[in-house]
Design a protein around this ligand. Structure first.
Ligand code: ADP
Ligand code: MG
Length: 700
C-alpha cells in the first residue's frame, strides 16, 4: 500500500534502539521487517492500572490477578532440571509466593530486596497454598500509576533474552510514533465508510491500539482495526463471488417431460415448501446464462437429496449430464441405489464410479460417459480425476461439502467447455458467520423445514451403570421390528485403541444378544471395502438388527427402519457430529431414540454439550453452539484455509462487524467490480497492502 519511499517501509534496524542484531532477530522471530510491521505488532493485553488488588484480596477463586508487591525474600531450591526460584513478595495486607522453573537467572537479575514489583499472573492453588507460577513482573514506580492502560506485547524467550522484553517493545514503538505523524499513516478506508460506521481514523487506531489513554480509545481502535481486517477479507470474497456470478454458464431453457413426469407421478410424497423454494432458486440460477454457485443448507433429514435429484432431471431435460459427488463410498453407493430406485422406469441412465469400480467396468463406463449415454454419474472423489470426461456436463452436485476442499470443487469446472452449474450441499447447517466467510463466495439456500409427520427424536444421556437397561431397551425395539445403531468414536491419535474398543464393544453386544435370532453386523474403516459393503448392505436390507460401527456411517446413511442410535463415549464427539449421527434415526414414521453413553465423571464442558444435545433437535442452534465451544478453526476443515486468520478480529465475537463489512463489501464490488473508481483509491491500497503482508508471511 505504501509507496516505496514511504517511511513505513523503512527497515526495522534503523529504528532507535534496534540496530542490525536485534533487527535480524525481530525478522527471524516475529516476522517484523519494517516500521509498518512493528505498528502491526499489537499488544495482546494491557496492564490496567485501575485494577490493582491487595494481597489479602487474592483467594483460590481469583483467576488472573494484578497487584503490587515488595520483594521480601528470594532463593533457589532443587538441583538441575528440578531447580526453581521462589520469591516472596508482600504488601501491608499479606504476602504471597512467586515461582519460576525456567529463565531463573534472567529473573534473578531483576530482583533485589525491597524492590517494588507490579505483578500479573494466574493464581495456582498448591495444596491450599496459593502462588503464582511464571507471572509477568515489572518494576513499579509512581509513573506506572498514572499510565492508565499499558500495552503488553507478545514476545519470545529469545527476544527477551536479548533485551526485547515487553517494556522495550513499548519504548521502541513509542520511539516510532515520534518519527511519524498522521500524514505517514494514510487512511485506507473511504471517508463515507468511516463516517457511516463510526470508525476512527487509521492513524488514531494504530496509535491507540498501542497507547490508549482511556478504555474508550482502546475500544475505538479495536473496532476500527477489526473492521478493516474483516472488510478486506469480505472484499476479496465479494470479488470471487462477483467473478463467479459473471462466469458464463449453460442455460437450462425449459422444464421438460422427464422433470414433469417425475414430479407428477414418481415422487412418493409432497415436497415441503422449503424444498420448493430452494428448487425455484436453483431453477432461476440456471436460466440466467451465468454459472450457478449455490450452497444448500438444511438440517439432517430435511430432504436435500430430493432437491438434488430434481435439479439433475432439469439438466437432463436440457440435454446435459449431471454428476453428484459424495464423501464416502457407502454414501455414493446409497445415493446411486436410491436414485435408481426413485427414477424407476424413466429413460434415464444412472451410473456409479468409485475407487473400487473394476477396471473393465470403469472403461465401459468412461466410454458411455463420453458418448453421453450416461445421464447421471454418482461417485466419490474418483469423479474429479482427469480421465473422467463427460460429453456435456451441465450440473455438478457436491454432497456433504465440508469433507471436500475448495480445490476439489473447482476441479469440476474443467469438465466441459463452460463451467457446469455447481450445487454444494452441507451435511448439517453451518453457523451464519462461517457461511459468510468460508462459503461467502456462494449464494445461499436454506431448507428450514422438515418433512411433515416426523417425530422429534428423544435424546437422553446415561452413564455406564445403565448399560444393561439400555440393551434391554434396544431388544424391545428390535422385537417391535426396528433396528439399532451402536457407534464408537474414531480415535485419530490411536487407531489401534479405537479398533480394540470397537471389537470389544461388538463382543459385548453379542453377550447381551445371545439368541441367534438377533443378527449383528459390524462396519469400520479398516475393513476391506467388500466386507464393509456386505455388512452395511445387511443392515440396510433389514437382515441385521444391530449395526456396530465407527463414524463411517456418520454422514447421510438412510435406513428409515432404524429407531435407536446408541453413541458410546459420546464426550469424544463434536456437537455437529453427534447431531449428524442422531440424524440417522427418526427417518421413518416411528418414534426414535438417541442414547448418549458417557462416563460417570463429566467435565463442565461435556456436560454442557450433552445438555444441548438432549434439549434441542435444531441443527442450526447446535452448529452455532458447536462453533462457540470449539472455535471455527476446528470445524468444517477450515483450519488450513487461512480464511479465518485475523490479528484482532474473531468471527465468534465480531459477528456484527462481519455483517457490516459483508454488506459494505458486496455494495462496493457491485458498484465497482474492479475497484478502480477514484473514490475507491483507498480500498485499492488496502487490498494491495494485504497482498504485501501475505507475501511476507509466505516467504518467512
Ligand atoms: P438429508 O437432507 O439429510 O440429506 P435426505 O435427503 O436423505 O435428507 O432425506 C431424508 C428422508 O426424508 C429420505 O427418506 C427422503 O426420502 C425423505 N423425504 C425427503 N423429502 C421429503 C418430503 N417432502 N416429504 C416426506 N419425506 C421426504
Ligand atoms: Mg444427505
Amino acid at each position: 500500500m505504501q509507496t516505496s519511499n514511504s517511511i513505513l517501509t523503512t527497515s526495522i534496524e534503523y529504528l532507535k534502539g534496534i540496530g542490525p542484531q536485534k533487527g535480524a532477530l525481530l525478522r527471524k522471530e516475529l516476522n517484523i521487517h519494517t516500521y509498518q510491521d512493528l505498528l502491526y505488532h499489537y499488544p495482546f493485553r494491557y496492564y490496567d492500572r485501575t485494577q490493582v488488588l491487595q494481597i489479602n484480596q487474592i483467594n483460590a477463586q481469583s483467576e488472573t490477578v494484578q497487584f503490587i508487591g515488595k520483594v521480601d525474600d528470594f532463593y533457589e531450591e532443587g538441583e538441575g532440571r528440578k531447580k526453581r526460584l521462589i520469591v516472596t513478595v508482600k504488601d501491608n495486607t499479606g504476602s504471597i509466593e512467586l515461582i519460576w522453573f525456567q529463565g531463573i537467572n534472567y529473573i534473578k537479575k531483576e530482583l533485589e530486596h525491597g524492590k517494588l514489583l507490579l505483578i500479573f499472573g494466574k493464581i495456582s492453588n498448591f495444596n491450599g497454598h496459593l502462588n503464582l507460577a511464571h507471572p509477568e513482573i515489572e518494576h513499579f514506580n509512581e509513573q506506572s500509576l498514572n499510565a492508565g492502560l499499558q500495552p503488553v506485547y507478545p514476545s519470545t524467550e529469545n527476544l527477551k533474552f536479548r533485551g526485547l522484553n515487553n517494556r522495550s517493545f513499548a519504548k521502541t514503538t513509542s520511539n516510532l510514533f515520534e518519527k511519524i505523524n498522521a500524514r505517514d499513516i494514510v487512511e485506507n478506508l473511504p471517508i463515507n465508510i468511516c463516517k457511516n460506521y463510526n470508525l476512527c481514523s487509521r492513524y488514531e487506531a494504530l496509535k491507540w491500539i498501542h497507547f490508549p489513554e482511556t478504555k474508550a480509545q482502546l475500544n475505538a481502535a479495536r473496532r476500527r482495526i477489526k473492521w478493516e481486517e474483516l472488510f478486506v477479507s469480505q472484499l476479496k470474497i465479494a470479488r470471487v463471488k462477483a467473478f463467479n456470478d459473471a462466469t458464463k454458464g449453460y442455460t437450462f431453457e425449459k422444464v421438460g417431460t422427464i422433470f414433469n413426469t417425475f414430479y407428477k407421478s414418481y415422487i412418493p410424497f409432497e415436497l415441503t415448501n422449503a424444498q420448493k423454494r430452494v428448487l425455484k432458486e436453483i431453477r432461476q440460477d440456471t436460466t440466467t446464462g451465468f454459472q450457478m454457485n449455490r450452497l444448500v443448507q438444511g438440517d439432517v433429514g430435511s430432504g436435500k437429496t430430493m432437491v438434488a435429484i430434481l435439479s439433475m432431471l432439469l439438466a437432463i431435460d436440457n440435454n446435459f449430464q449431471s454428476c453428484m459427488m459424495a464423501p464416502t463410498e457407502i454414501l455414493a453407493k446409497q445415493h446411486f441405489e436410491s436414485i435408481k430406485n426413485v427414477v424407476g422406469d424413466l429413460p434415464i441412465k444412472v451410473a456409479l464410479l468409485t475407487g473400487s469400480t473394476k477396471i473393465k467396468e470403469r472403461r465401459q463406463l468412461l466410454q458411455e460417459l463420453s458418448e453421453g449415454t450416461i445421464h447421471i454419474l454418482i461417485g466419490t472423489h474418483a469423479l474429479i480425476e482427469d480421465t473422467v470426461q463427460f460429453k456435456n456436463l451441465g450440473l455438478a452436485i457436491i454432497d456433504e461439502q465440508h469433507r471436500f476442499g475448495v480445490d476439489q470443487r473447482s476441479k469440476l469446472w474443467n469438465k466441459n467447455k463452460l463451467a457446469p452449474h455447481v450445487l454444494v450441499m452441507t451435511a448439517t447447517p453451518i453457523p451464519r458467520t462461517l457461511a459468510m466467510t468460508v462459503y461467502g463466495d456462494l449464494n445461499n439456500s436454506i431448507i428450514d423445514e422438515l418433512p411433515p409427520g416426523r417425530k422429534e427424536i428423544k435424546t437422553i444421556y446415561r452413564n455406564e451403570q445403565y448399560r444393561a437397561k439400555i440393551m434391554d431397551f434396544i431388544r424391545s425395539e428390535i422385537d417391535k421390528g426396528r433396528q439399532a445403531y451402536i457407534v464408537y468414536p474414531l480415535i485419530e491419535e490411536n487407531e489401534k485403541l479405537a479398533y480394540e474398543s470397537l471389537t470389544k464393544g461388538y463382543e459385548q453386544v453379542k453377550v447381551f444378544f445371545p439368541d441367534h435370532k438377533y443378527k449383528i453386523a459390524m462396519v469400520h474403516g479398516k475393513q476391506e471395502n467388500e466386507l464393509k459393503e456386505r455388512n452395511m448392505q445387511r443392515f440396510i436390507a433389514g437382515e441385521a438388527n444391530i449395526l456396530v460401527a465407527t463414524t463411517v456411517i456418520e454422514v447421510g446413511v438412510n435406513v428409515p427402519n432404524a429407531s435407536v442410535m446408541l453413541i458410546e463415549s459420546s464426550e469424544r464427539f463434536g456437537l455437529s457430529q453427534l447431531h449428524q449421527l442422531r440424524g440417522r434415526v427418526g427417518r421413518g414414521a416411528e418414534q426414535s431414540y438417541c442414547i448418549l453413553l458417557g462416563s460417570h465423571t463429566q467435565s463442565n464442558e461435556s456436560k454442557r454439550r450433552m445438555d444441548i444435545m438432549c434439549s434441542t433437535n435444531d441443527g442450526f442452534k447446535i452448529a452455532e453452539e458447536d462453533m462457540q465451544m470449539r472455535g471455527p478453526g476446528d470445524l468444517y476443515g477450515t483450519k488450513q484455509s487461512g480464511i479465518l486468520k485475523f490479528r484482532l478480529a474473531d468471527i465468534l465475537v465480531d459477528k456484527d462487524i462481519l455483517e457490516e463489512t459483508r454488506t459494505e463489501a458486496l455494495k462496493v464490488v457491485k458498484e465497482d467490480p474492479n475497484i478502480q473508481n477514484p473514490q475507491n483509491e483507498a480500498l485499492r491500497m488496502l487490498l494491495k497492502e494485504q497482498d504485501y503482508q501475505s507475501h511476507w508471511s509466505k516467504i518467512s
